[in-house]
Design a protein around this ligand. Sequence first.
Ligand code: PLP
Length: 467
Amino acid sequence: MSQQPYGPGVDKYIEAGKRQIAFREKAMKRVKEFKFDTLAVHGLYTVEEALALNQGSIIEPLYMSSSQAYRDSAELEAALSYLIPTWCYTRIANPTTYYLEWMLALLEGYGTGADTSCVVTASGMAAIASAVDPFFVKQKDGPERMNFVSSIQVYGGTFQLFAVRKQRERGIEVRWIRRPHDLEEWKAAIDEETRLLYVEAPSNPQQAFCDVKALADLAHAHEIPLIFDATCATPALLRPIAHGADIVLHSLSKTAAAGGMAIGGALISRKPIVTRVRNDSPLFKDSFAEYVKFFPYRDHGPAASPFNALITLNELRTLRSKIDLFSRNTQQVAEYLAKHPRVYQVDYLGLPVHPLHSLAKRYLKLVDSDDGSGREVNRFGHLMSFRVDGPPENARRVFDAFKLIFRATDLGRVKSLATIPSVSTHLQQGEEARRAADIPPQLIRLCVGGEAPEDIIADLDQALKSL
Ligand SMILES: *Cc1c(COP(=O)(O)O)cnc(C)c1O
């Protein structure tokens, strides 16, 4: 007989825990048969679970409690040794956040054939930091130096995190890729000290895009992971894991929670990821999101508020139809702006003149749609930008004249919003980096929401008349 390492009574709880896991696995098997919309509406919260555990409430319970109580010391020991399903303390886990984590893991895994896991964080930036940090650890007999390769066309906060926090303050070299669709540029940047590839697509605000599959294949040929920020696409348009990406990141604060009432982030990983970084925990490779949740996340503390998790969960139920509507509206607005004489450039992946249109068409497809011949229809999301003719003051004049469109450094909302990135989201990174990322002061980023597109066009029209 093997020696019993735990206190008396722990076994009983382990057995009860196994039954609970079996109950969840049964539910999981069933929901994996669902279509995307059904998954988004229900996630793992079943009728059975509502009746058994939650007084029949049709909406997932909101657990604001900081911690969980245990029956006795044996259950406490089983829980804190991670031997049974438990949530313990809201910095570590929470039952409301749990439903959101599973919802996102299932939506990102939808139709990919891959198993996935997810950890939800307090913000998108916390998810990004949680995703890259575990790869920047010194290896026992590996090289001292390390680098990572990233598209320069990333969210302003991501640029700061990489350029300042990682490179300047920590000495971890970031090698910037200027044209993320150019595989040769990536190839030339990778060496044996490279820990990961990082890309954001479609990017904010430049509409950069990449060949997801080719990039994942390149990463895997070097035994490193591809980390993908898919905030702007959402799983309704692109599930990078289907094309080989290892880790997917979202700012849930944006399109996922389009109503604009919650900040949050998510890290979803495929099981297993590709990496040559060694770690004592087998979860690191086998279920990276769970590794992050059980260890560094527990120690760093970027947990989401359960209240924000519930708001996000509620928003995700209609994700597919919202993205469809916003994308169709944006297409109309982009076509209008492309014809306007005071606008010299419109960047929207949905316009056939966009140099990356055909590449984006291969990847951005509305999940579970049908164009009549059995193919999914293309949708290109609701982020676009346009450049106003003349000096930068002209762009400001147009921007200041909006009456319906809100001026805000935000995106992905049901309400249309605009910003001038050079004086807001991309201010900190300086002139030179903005030039490298192609963000001139004439550029206005516009995110089209759920209003009637005629009304948005009328607002743009009157604002452009102010020139
Ligand atoms: C906003 C944003 C982030 C950061 O998310 P927060 O929730 O604001 O921390 C990361 N990536 C992209 C593409 C974003 O738009």
